[in-house]
Design a protein around this ligand. Sequence first.
Ligand code: GDP
Ligand code: IMO
Ligand code: MG
Length: 427
Amino acid sequence: MAVDVLLGLQWGDEGKGKIVDVLAPKYQVVARFQGGPNAGHTLEFDGFKHVLHQIPSGIFRQEVQNIIGNGVVLDPIIFKKEIDGLLSKFDLNLKGNLEISKKASIILPTHRLLDAAYEKAKGEAKIGSTLKGIGPTYTDKISRQGLRVGDVISPNFLEKYNALVTRHKSILDIYQFEYDLAAAEEEFFAAVEFMKEFNLVDSEYSVNHALTAGKTILAEGAQGSLLDVDFGSYPFVTSSNTVTAGACTGLGIAPKNVGEVFGIFKAYCTRVGSGPFPTELHDEVGEAIRKEGREFGATTGRARRCGWLDLPALKYAMMINGVTQLIMMKADVLNIFEEIKVCTAYKLEDGTITEQLPYDITDITIEPIYETLKGWHCSLEGIRTFENLPAELSAYIAFLEEKLALPINFISTGPDRDECVLRGSFA
Ligand code: GDP
Ligand code: IMO
Ligand code: MG
């Protein structure tokens, strides 16, 4: 068996949570491989709307084993809140269905303070971080001084914690950042005790034993490919590898064991936080997309920036990820338009026209070149088959398939689990 990977091809919030939830019944294991509470994955079913931050989106399918992989940065305080939130609404066997990698990194309260201090110091140049402590926690991991989930059961945990916090405090002093840590620390240690009651495992064995046993595994990405620390719009990125390769390092999967790569994209683009966004619309069209798509962050509530679909960026993401299946989200949001634009190339400052993503899209101006397609201008409600899609939407899909050289066999037409139009291997 192989591990299928599901990830976002844009700047995050493509709708990954919904699709993991929809596909989960086909899998025995769902595993998150990177990111942390900066993610907000929304699931809607039976009239419920639930946002998951660190817990994999297979959690509502009782028969699925969910794993928080070693590539994740985990905040115990948020973990406890998430678990309490789930148990207050649903009857789930979380201690049985959820494993946490001992090698996952732990976000400390001081990591969150450092995130805030760094962002404040950047002023206008701030990344627009979710301020969940993601960057500082990955920094400590790479500089080989971080704490990992497995450390909480070590007799030296407190010593290790104090050593790291002392270092953090000296940095916060340099930044002249004021803080009060007492309440957060108390909450943190209570949450650590809570976390110890869960299955803390060597998840690379869980995943590989599942593979050997012929089980089906879905790796769930967070953020999006254009936020990847290597391939995204650096420095306006997150601090992990959000691309397919991140599933290998974030779960301990050999590259030869990667199967399908499901690439998810919205029928348009959004971005939350700072950084370049070539097709961003600053006018009433952008505003209409935001309103119609309810484009407000699932983690921070911030308004998402909106714009037309960007094919050079999408093709780049498909290339880096080796996408084998495309899934288009939020087609229904474009119902309101008589005309829909798609960026097919960029015009650079020197007049060059290119379909490639230039090295730097922050400090140079790139002008999107658009093709205009006819909108369908009608509701998609109740439509469940490709044959019943309005002709203009079928033409939009065919246009994209031709440009992207891959079929789009899954169209999402609303937030609910049931609002999907499938064909081919998905049907
Ligand atoms: P994720 O981070 O990739 O899981 O995506 P988010 O949950 O942050 O954002 C996606 C938003 O779009 C959520 O509010 C979903 O409920 C919603 N959504 C997902 N698919 C669709 C769709 O096809 N149409 C509409 N209108 N909303 C959708
Ligand atoms: P999901 O999984 C959208 C963005 C932040 C900021 C940048 C760095 O829901 O798609 P960080 O907190 O990682 O230091 O922020 O990345 N960002 C996201 N944008 N969806 C996300 O996750 C994001 N996670 C981080 O807004 O611009
Ligand atoms: Mg999200």
